[in-house]
Design a protein. Sequence first.
Length: 357
Amino acid sequence: MTETAVKERPVTSRQIMVGDVPVGGGAPIVVQTMTNTPTHDVEATVQQIYDLSAAGAELVRVSVNGSKALKGFREIVPRSPVPLIADIHFDYRMALGAADAGAACVRINPGNIGSDDRFRKVIEKCQEKGIAMRIGVNSGSVEKRFWHLPKAEALVASALHKVQIAEEMGFYNFKVSLKASHVPVMVEANKKFREHSDAPLHLGVTEAGTKLPGAIKSAAALGQLLPYGIGDTIRISLAEDPLEELPVAYQILSALELRHRGPNVIACPSCARTLGFDVIGMAAKVEERLRNYEDHFTVAVMGCIVNGPGEARDADYGVAGGKDDGVIFAKGRPLRKVHRDEIFDALFEEIEKDGRK
């Protein structure tokens, strides 16, 4: 993965290690996702983990929701290219087994893990194995003792209750998530939690929806938190193939200038000044060609040959279309004029001439 300099942000959390990946304490924001293959299907799950890793996932969460899944997880762990987080609900014994199987982190949900004594047993196992824990609170599964509170406050109270138990046991190797499908609740909960704890935070809008609404909700939430030092690892929860989550995550981080992975495409919205130049089609074609590039640079697709280069003067490369031809430019400076049919190839000639990959 090729990255460039990014904006600094406040450091508000301590650092933990999830496998060999640092989380919090000023480390780069970690991008993660979750498999959706049956965990007992070892080959399918391993293949998906490799695909997700290649697409930019630095941590992958795997459901361990029963004995068959636990058996599969044992076989998956040593074959994974990235640290794995065991996702545990209801049965704390699955967390114990996953830790023994080599999980880098176990995710427990305070709302359904059972009694505090069971939670303590999971902490003891994490301490024994030297692995991390995620205390994952969701608005749909807050502990009953906090149901009387407003939603954001209930999320915070539930998380802090478990944090207190962990710290009383001398266990600090954990991160916390406070997720809701309602953006204002999720944002408020994470802001309030940060006032009480320096534990690293995993951010995400749970059940965000399909690609477009899910991406918008996630961007709206993360944009209110990440620039201010709130949030150390993220997952974009979409009702899509998990591979679709990763570009959205990196696009959000890139837009906030917090991390960059691969090129950035900007394009004008198109209007009558385009004189028939297909801005929309060309932008989609350029974006698809750039999908496998790792270097970070900006390419502009502009529809107006008069204003295009000026409006995209900060782009590394660009094209401004005209009636029958287009201008290839770099850093706002026109390089050459080419026929409309040659625009795409000419643009990539300039990109590849500079050794971009």
